[in-house]
Design a protein around this ligand. Sequence first.
Ligand code: GAL
Length: 800
Amino acid sequence: MFLNTETPRAKELFSLDWEFRHGALDEKEAMDATAAGFSPVNLPHDWSIEFPFDENADTCGSGGYVTAGQGWYRKVFAVSLNARSKRIFLHFDGAYMCSDVWLNGAHLGGHVYGYTPFRFEITNHLNFGGENTVFVRVDNSRQPNSRWYTGSGITRDVWLEAVNEASIKPYGVYARTRRICAEHAVVTVDASIEFPCAEGLTLSSALLDADGVQVASTYTPITGSVAVQTLLVPSPRLWSDKEPYLYRLITQVRDGDEVLDHVETTVGIRSISFDSEDGFLLNGERVKINGFCVHHDGGCVGAAVPVKIWERRLKIMKAMGANGLRCSHNPPDPALLDLCDRLGFLVMDEAFDEWRRLKEKQHGSNTHESRGYSEWFDENYEDDLSAMLLRDRNHPSIVIWSIGNEVPDQTAQEGCLTARALKEICRRYDPSRPVTQACDQICAEPRPATQEFLNELDIVGYNYAGRWRTRSETFYDDDKRANPNWRIIGTEHSSVSGRRGCYGFNEALSEWSKPYYSAPVAIGKLLKFTLSHNYVAGDFMWTGIDYLGESHWPNHLSSAGVVDICGFPKDSYYFYKSVWNQEEPLAYVFPHWNLDEEEGSIVKVLCYTNCEQAELFLNGKSYGKKAKSFPSYGMTEIYGHYDRKVVPADTDDLFLSWDVPYIPGVLEAAGINNGVEICRHAVKTSKRPAIIEAALDAESIKADSRDIAHITVRILDEDGNFVPNADNDVCVSVEGAARLIGLANGRPDSMEPYNARHMKAFSGMLLAVAQSNGKVGEAKVKLTADGLVPAELNLKATEG
Ligand code: GAL
């Protein structure tokens, strides 16, 4: 099968056609050729998501009440005889956790951290022209080892790579924008070369624009293990969050006309800086980072996340107006960073949640035993941090390195020394980006983060700045006065969280939930502060998207996000949209109008709007126009002159509210600018559930056993109105050229497993994910439920 020896470097996906067996086995037993119990899987693979939720699971609430344990993978493969002249590597993007790899009986080595890549040279262990067997043991049995859902298994892709003796080292190309002016940009390329002692080798670099046209090139003789080149790019198109323009860099090692190695790197030309007065500057202009934190799971697929899941989620967040993403609290799947480059997110890439000092892994009961990264920190931090930096440093989207999240070491005397050691590693591999740590103990009582620790950080990162004393009024201001040179960013603050479609009228409020009319008040205060203080570079809300784990039974997920685990927006999504997205007029009204309230009782109705005013109507009757005061607007040029109409405000909050009698019917908000209605949103009291509505987000998928399509399911009444509290049990079948790989409803306390074939709708909705099974042709998606008109969809699976 493998390898294309015609090309100077072959990199082939090695993720398909593995076999898996769950359970602890001794090595001999597992690797016995006759061992039974293995079943076929493709990678990425997460076995934990396949188990039912169990209150007694040793992953605890932190890990999402799933089963972990050990698992074995094996794959039989062949490598052609003519690949013999090459050096061959087996590369893992990530496996959670404590992996060990054997090839043809030889132990290649192990890797602990579940979020960093690792590789082995396998040249001398291969049976060229014959059969080879690779075994991987993944051991996630020491629990609880994380504060969130980790998944278990080879949760990221695996690759086989073949290179010549003279080649570029892994992650050996480092491209950096050095200077930008109107006429040109200067981009340097540092390439680390393997085997540089051969004479007469040259390194060539060519930069291609988005149309594939070469815009700059250079070549230099290779005289040592590092070659440094400079490219002058005329009239550069810059990368930004708004216009994420990308170039492609081709770097080749050559011997005369012969190409010995060929590496492609995505390049975005941009300048970044952080300033103690001006916050974050992108290409010389102040840009506020309106960001969100995100964990690595993809909802119903667990930790084995097809890239289209991220693509859909990021587009949803972008449409809200977000331009920043924090990979909390570990290096992400590399595919996520490619998407951030392409879609224009400003990324904070984070290495660790723990250094030497352990953290509690189960709410309220510290076992005094880590089982997490603190156990491995001393032995591994240098390799793991280096792996993240080398892998990620070419991404234009990344603007900050984070060496940790809320590490308890911030309050310890020696913590500053660890911070310094980690910062120095960042500098070694990438001096172009600043380093932060997300601190939650600044001014904490009784033991605050030490001044030495904070001074060590290029940017002081704040988690929950308003938590202590009167700081929910002043936020960063006290520190800013005391430390005028600090550069400051909000690395983590609560979002307006809660369950989609739940308002706490009659049902008990879950963890994370405040009453719907109160939740945006405190959040709005910080949001306004961040937006109106230039020195605050931005903020990352906790979280953008709900995530598995960090929960209390019977919840198995955290509803901290503004979109749920399915990627469906909650009301709070529109809160941020009304503030961050000024391009699309918005007047969003809620709660839904199928309330279980007595007719005539007074209900608080809220509206998120970016219009000057909004008017509320119930069954056609106006309840009046209202306006918010942010951002308020003053005189310009001369006293008494306003170049914008000033609309009298009703509130200093970032939302409008009316007290309205509950009368079933139609509740509407109209957004008004300059006295003219420009948008309208309505919620209607629906009749009983009658119809299943289903929509695919793609007409076709690739028949590659990897591509996916999302199916959004909504329950409607007989008139086609959405039923916001429908909970019908919907059966989903996918037949033909695709298979169902996950179902989710977004309900934190749902006990239905994500690999079920049927699931109850939650707040009227459900998400199904269908994946190619390798066949070309058509897949039929059928959705049925007792008493409802079914839905049927066709999905094509096409070659290539
Ligand atoms: C933060 C922490 C996050 C998450 C969050 C929950 O302190 O950094 O990982 O635990 O609290 O509110």
